[in-house]
Design a protein around this ligand. Structure first.
Ligand SMILES: Cc1cc2nc3c(=O)[nH]c(=O)nc-3n(C[C@H](O)[C@H](O)[C@H](O)COP(=O)(O)OP(=O)(O)OC[C@H]3O[C@@H](n4cnc5c(N)ncnc54)[C@H](O)[C@@H]3O)c2cc1C
Ligand SMILES: NC(=O)c1ccc[n+]([C@@H]2O[C@H](COP(=O)([O-])OP(=O)(O)OC[C@H]3O[C@@H](n4cnc5c(N)ncnc54)[C@H](O)[C@@H]3O)[C@@H](O)[C@H]2O)c1
Length: 468
């Protein structure tokens, strides 16, 4: 049996695995990077990149429609939107990412990887030995809800986020199950591309993980695009129906029925650890890989097994996974050199931001942008909330509607969290992230003067509302 040895073997060549491998190589180590599907992972081909490519034209057109003085015909051209998306995903061709790995000094390996022993990974019969560490970056897979009839539906009727981000035909009617991030983004994208969209959610509003004002604003935005919302609605059964020879899906809920041409399952994801051989090292297949803040898997002796990204069950976002990847890559390289690993908060070897400052943007119209705490957690904290109504926002768009909530640590006079909702609030988020990570006292933030007339003037209004 063929056997090769590297300092590090990284399993999963999504954005996280790529960064972990690059960082280890940058630290002087050799690394193999294994993937059984496409180099670039979910993010590049079926998630972040294509979903944002599908959303951007609709968001831009809606902004144009809100702006007097611009001639436009008010339509999206779906074929052109799909073509632009496909340019970003290279039509599914990952050769550029494989070439990037080679040029970065990483050895790309195609095939399904399993852990077959301590520091040992087997890829389709070939053993890869890891002198220093195995870093698992296998991401996550779609979680299917236990809805009666779902397992029996023909595959062509059911979309997951993969089809929702890669299909090039607009279904006449699309039913969406789940009002989280995937559900809201894809409901809006496909509604704007021309589908009649029905969005089912078990809670009273979309985006239940966010403050109510954000979910309500997104609900209004979706309704404005003709999306039919079904709050507090559990779909009890789905079944195939024959509509004059055409196949469709019937969703039954509370004695009512809705028919659709496609059903999008958007009810969450689970870590991709089922087929990894975790039992060999005493871990539970299917469960997330719990890691410490330096990326070392808990409960495995010797510190040789590490993980980063969605697979850990921590902040399942590309940027956060890449942050964890940079850290674990540096930790493995430092350990190999015999350097000490600094596990104090905010050190180069510690993913401290996971606990305090995870930024996320929901790219709907209006956008939701959030970092840190979203709700006040009790004594010593104060929520300050205000509309985004400044000269910059008024000039940005007629009828601009937005809102901001900040959570302040009143004892230390620093921000703990900021949530913004409104058109084009995404680009304001990093200023909030910097204020939180930098623990900038609000009385010092007072001297960070926002330029006139920008939407950032809301920072000044926030501080005034707080009492400065
Ligand atoms: C529709 C959608 C939109 C999203 N939009 C955003 C967004 O706008 N911004 C954002 O930050 N996040 C977004 N996310 C989340 C983001 O996609 C993930 O957080 C990110 O892809 C995680 O990166 P990863 O490298 O951990 O995993 P992945 O990108 O899933 O990569 C894991 C890789 O591991 C490979 N693999 C798995 N098991 C094995 C094995 N045994 N052997 C070999 N290879 C294996 C897979 O083939 C895959 O290539 C979105 C998710 C979805 C579903
Ligand atoms: N812009 C972004 O950053 C972005 C975009 C898309 C996805 N993502 C990430 O991808 C991951 C997956 O997203 P997601 O939207 O699938 O998960 P999610 O957890 O955000 O939302 C899933 C929703 O489905 C609901 N749900 C569960 N079972 C249901 C049922 N039977 N009927 C109706 N609703 C049901 C849940 O209550 C939840 O609100 C998330 O971690 C998300 O952060 C990020």
């Amino acid at each position: 049996m063929a056997e090769r040895a590297y300092d590090v073997v990284v399993i999963g060549a999504g954005p996280v695995g790529e960064n972990a491998a690059a960082r280890a190589v940058g630290g002087g180590l050799t690394a193999a990077l294994v993937d059984h599907e496409r180099f670039g992972g979910e993010c590049s081909y079926w998630a972040c990149v294509p979903s944002k490519a599908l959303l951007r034209p609709g968001n831009l057109l809606a902004a144009l429609r809100r702006m007097p003085g611009i001639d436009h015909d008010g339509r999206l051209d779906p074929a052109a939107v799909f073509a632009r998306r496909d340019a970003f995903t290279h039509g599914g061709d990952d050769s550029a990412q494989v070439e990037w790995a080679r040029s970065a000094g990483i050895a790309p390996v195609r095939g399904h990887a399993r852990i077959t022993g301590e520091r040992e990974v087997t890829v389709d019969g070939a053993v890869l030995r890891a002198r220093q560490a195995v870093i698992v970056c296998t991401g996550s897979v779609v979680k299917r809800p236990p809805v009666a009839g779902l397992a029996e539906l023909p595959g062509e009727l059911v979309w997951t986020s993969r089809e929702a981000t890669s299909e090039s035909t607009v279904p006449a009617r699309l039913a969406v199950l789940g009002g989280g991030v995937v559900g809201t983004e894809m409901a809006q994208a496909w509604a704007r591309l021309g589908a009649e969209v029905h969005l089912f959610m078990t809670g009273s509003r979309p985006l239940p993980a966010y403050p109510a004002f954000a979910g309500d604003a997104v609900a209004d935005g979706l309704r404005g695009d003709g999306v039919r919302l079904y709050p507090d609605t559990a779909v009890e059964r789905v079944s195939e129906v024959d509509e004059s020879g055409a196949r469709a899906v019937r969703l039954a809920h509370g004695g009512r029925e809705v028919d659709a041409d496609r059903l999008l399952i958007a009810t969450g994801r689970r870590p991709a650890t089922a087929e990894l051989g975790l039992d060999v090292v005493g871990l539970t297949p299917g469960a997330p890989l719990p890691v410490d803040d330096s990326g070392r898997v808990s409960g495995v002796d010797g510190g040789w097994l590490c993980a980063a990204g969605d697979v850990t069950g921590r902040a399942p976002l590309t940027h956060q996974g890449k942050y964890a990847a940079r850290i674990v890559g540096d930790v493995v390289a430092a350990t190999a050199r015999g350097d000490s690993v600094n596990s104090s908060p905010w050190s180069a070897h510690t993913a401290t931001a996971d606990h305090h400052a995870v930024p996320q943007v929901v790219f709907t119209d209006p956008e939701v942008a959030s970092v840190g705490l979203r709700e006040s957690a009790g004594p010593g904290q104060r929520a300050v909330e205000l509309d985004i109504a400044v000269a910059g926002s008024a000039l940005h768009a007629d009828g601009y509607a937005g809102r901001l909530r900040a959570i302040v640590d009143t004892r230390r006079d620093v921000l703990l969290g900021v949530t913004l909702v409104g058109p084009d609030t995404a680009e304001l988020l990093h200023s909030a992230t910097i204020a939180i990570v930098g623990e900038v006292p609000l009385h010092r933030l007072w001297h960070a003067v926002p330029a006139f007339p920008t939407i950032s003037e809301v920072w000044l209004r926030l501080l005034e509302e707080y009492g400065l």
